[in-house]
Design a binder for this molecule. Structure first.
Ligand SMILES: [Zn+2]
Length: 264
């Protein structure tokens, strides 16, 4: 229940969660807790929806579950893309999304948001789940719907490009949406760059819960990979984590500030 990752079916709770045992996550004070989708469906959980910008709908769970991120449903004339994922899924959610045209593809920034991705794919006609192959080891519930890609960029539709930035995870990917933010371009970034409390800034970490920073080459790489792409807005993982304007410039000046801070 700390990272919300779904495991394959077993007769009892798994012994441990590799994602939580990794230094980029943690196990809570009371030890690892486990639940199932069925228990959650009986236990009063539900998903809520909020507009997050033009053709972009956030889907989050109440009460808060796991890391507490919300997924994003990106609507295009060629079909809807689910960016990042959440653990909880029920019939009402499937019906609500079917009313919006369903899901044609799923892409997830990194393992902290893999959650119930297979469940989501199967609920929407085995939609392909695009992950970078460098993070293959973190897939806890393998399935044929997962399409591992290699290299540095991958197109998943007209004006939709996955960029491997590395950093937080080796295979960390962001989704560049050329026509997002009303035409100014949007970057769907997950945890990296992470939107700061002052939303005119972003930052970068190897481990967010354990406060382990990234080094200079990692930051320079992220900036270099993003350089050819225009984006006015940047969407982080939570409801409030949105850089609403000049996001590309915000990323550049934030990277400069960060590098100055670690220079010594
Ligand atoms: Zn993360």
């Amino acid at each position: 229940m700390t990272c919300g990752t779904q495991f394959p079916a077993t007769f009892g709770p798994p012994k441990e969660c590799p994602i939580c045992l990794d230094e980029r996550q943690y196990v809570g004070l009371d030890g690892q807790q486990w639940t199932t989708l069925e228990k959650m469906r009986r236990g009063g959980w539900r998903n809520v929806y909020r507009g997050q910008g033009p053709n972009l709908i956030g889907i989050g769970t109440e009460p808060k579950f796991g890391i507490g991120q919300r997924a994003l449903l990106l609507r295009t004339p060629q079909g809807n893309v689910l960016w990042d994922c959440i653990s909880y899924l029920d019939e009402q959610t499937v019906a609500a999304i079917q009313n919006l045209g369903g899901i044609s593809a799923i892409a997830i920034s990194h393992p902290h948001y893999y959650t119930s991705m297979i469940e989501w794919s199967q609920a929407f006609g085995n939609a392909p789940v695009y992950l970078h192959e460098s993070d293959r080891q973190w897939v806890i519930r393998p399935d044929k719907c997962i399409e591992f890609w290699s290299g540095e960029t991958k197109s998943i539709g007209d004006g939709l490009t996955l960029l491997r930035t590395g950093g937080h995870f080796v295979g960390f990917q962001v989704l560049h949406w050329r026509d997002g933010a009303g035409g100014g371009g949007a970057l769907l970034a997950g945890d990296q760059p992470q939107v700061a409390a002052d939303r005119n800034w972003v930052s970068f970490m190897y481990s967010y819960p354990n406060f382990i920073p990234l080094n200079r080459p990692a930051i320079e790489r992220i900036v270099r990979v993003l350089a050819p792409y225009e984006f006015d807005r940047l969407y982080g993982p939570f409801w409030q984590s949105i850089v609403s304007a000049n996001a590309k410039e915000v990323v550049k000046r934030s990277a400069d500030r960060y590098l100055k801070a670690i220079r010594g």
